[in-house]
Design a protein. Structure first.
Length: 438
């Protein structure tokens, strides 16, 4: 009997979309070896293997990762508890001394999850579960053939970062930039399309840096857009320096590539950007947004903003507010600066009081809500295309929920769709792109 046959696996994922992709890939690999996915609604069964895919982007992320590992040990005392991911990479000694996890697996070793689990179960000596990712140029070749949601699939094509922002630990726990082979990317995208996926989201730690044998991010996005069955290609996140006419000339020629761009910002004040070691100015960011808007009608532009970064004065924050009002983005994800041990920013003077961070966060959250509402209302009365992802039911009835190419969320009343003679059940609309008027 195989060592993993009939083992029930529970994977808990913290952090980013890259982590989610890697968790999905580990689960698919384990299922191919005879494991089954844990169903929390089945009270008669408990997991045999608990994998916590950790995050380490802030001290709070570290703390939550530790808490989840301990929770798994307490809830499932007879299970094999596996800790993996960025917190493991940064704090393996701490975890080893803690002893809560049975098996520790670092980054660039998740692809070996099956072998490492079999070695652990058989009592073999495990010596290669952790490596120095900063000295490993290999791209960790994980893949997902059949995602849980067959409408949209994430495809990790890049890993690592060379930017060394002063607030960020990621370059140390993910290593230097590396890219997946363009041929492998296309092959995997083709398999996803054959399995019914309609939208592919390209993701990575520093996606803008993707390059394989001269094929850059625009080239790979365009190639995927030409695969039969793929209706949409979405680029998850970009550095503003990536935006130029050459890039936009390529991607704007492919209607399948969504006019939805998440441009990293972090601050809209040059003095703060300099302390963050961000390698662009707010003027360059504005130029990037203007250039995108010259190529697309009402593109969805989103970003992340950190408030309360060390040394951020009232005047600097006021400058951020003024510039963000001018740029007028569709959506902003607002974060209060959180110290991360091991980073330059953690050692900076003039750390900002939490009460000030809270006040500044509220100001930008209110702005984001206003801008988002105005942007979405600009589409009222128009016919848009919605890629349906799920069926939901609430007190107002049955709805088909999906997103437009600009990632506006839309709930379509099923009663309205009954009038369509081509459809006799909501399931018919899953994996279809349909027009819907707001």
């Amino acid at each position: 009997m195989e060592l993993l046959d009939n083992k029930i696996v529970y994977i808990y994922t913290l952090g980013c979309k890259v982590n989610q992709f890697e968790s999905d890939a580990m689960l698919e690999t384990l299922i191919s070896e005879g494991c089954t996915k844990y169903n929390p609604e089945d009270s008669k069964k408990t997991p045999d293997i608990c994998i916590v895919n950790t995050c380490s982007v802030t001290n709070m992320a570290d703390k939550k990762s530790r808490q989840i590992i301990h929770r798994m040990r307490k809830l499932y005392p007879n299970a094999i508890v596996v800790a993996t991911g960025c917190y493991v990479q940064s704090s393996s000694n701490e975890l080893s001394l803690d002893g809560t996890a049975d098996l520790i697996i670092g980054n660039n070793r998740k692809k070996d999850i099956v072998r490492l689990l079999k070695d652990y179960i058989s009592g073999a000596d495990i010596t290669d579960n952790l490596i120095d990712v900063n000295k490993d140029p290999e791209f960790e070749d994980l893949k997902v053939n059949i995602p849980e949601s067959q409408t949209r699939a994430y495809l990790k094509i890049q890993d690592g970062c060379n930017n060394f922002c002063t607030f960020c630990i990621i370059p140390y726990v993910r290593g230097r930039i590396k890219s997946k082979s363009a041929l492998r990317v296309i092959d995997e995208a083709r398999v996803l399309a054959e399995n019914g996926v309609k939208e592919i989201v390209l993701t990575g730690i520093d996606l803008s840096s993707y390059n394989d044998s001269g094929n850059d991010l625009a080239d790979i996005a365009c190639a995927i857009s030409e695969i039969k069955g793929i209706k949409r290609v979405r680029i998850s996140s970009l550095e503003p320096r990536k935006i130029n006419k050459t890039f936009l000339d390529k991607i704007s020629s492919k209607p399948e590539i969504c006019p939805h761009f998440h441009l990293s910002l972090q601050s809209a004040c040059n003095a703060t950007l300099k302390r963050m070691n961000r390698k662009y100015t707010i003027e360059e960011y504005k130029d990037a947004c203007s250039l995108i808007r010259a190529y697309y009608d009402r593109p969805a532009l989103t970003t992340d903003v950190i408030v309360g970064f060390p040394g951020e004065t009232d005047d600097e924050f006021d400058e951020t507010v003024k510039n963000l009002e001018e740029i007028n983005l569709y959506e902003m994800h607002i974060f209060k600066y959180s110290r991360r041990k091991g980073t330059v920013a953690d050692r900076m003077p003039d750390q900002v009081d939490e009460r000030i961070k809270n006040k500044r966060s509220d100001i930008l959250l209110n702005m984001s809500e206003r801008h988002k509402k105005a942007y979405e209302e600009s589409f009222i009365g128009e016919t848009v295309y919605v890629l349906v992802e799920e069926i939901i039911e609430n007190e107002n009835g049955v709805f088909l929920r999906g997103h437009t190419d600009r990632y506006l969320s839309v709930d379509i009343p099923y009663e309205d769709l009954k009038k369509d003679t081509a459809c006799d059940a909501p399931s018919t609309y899953i994996n279809r792109i349909i027009p819907y008027s707001f």
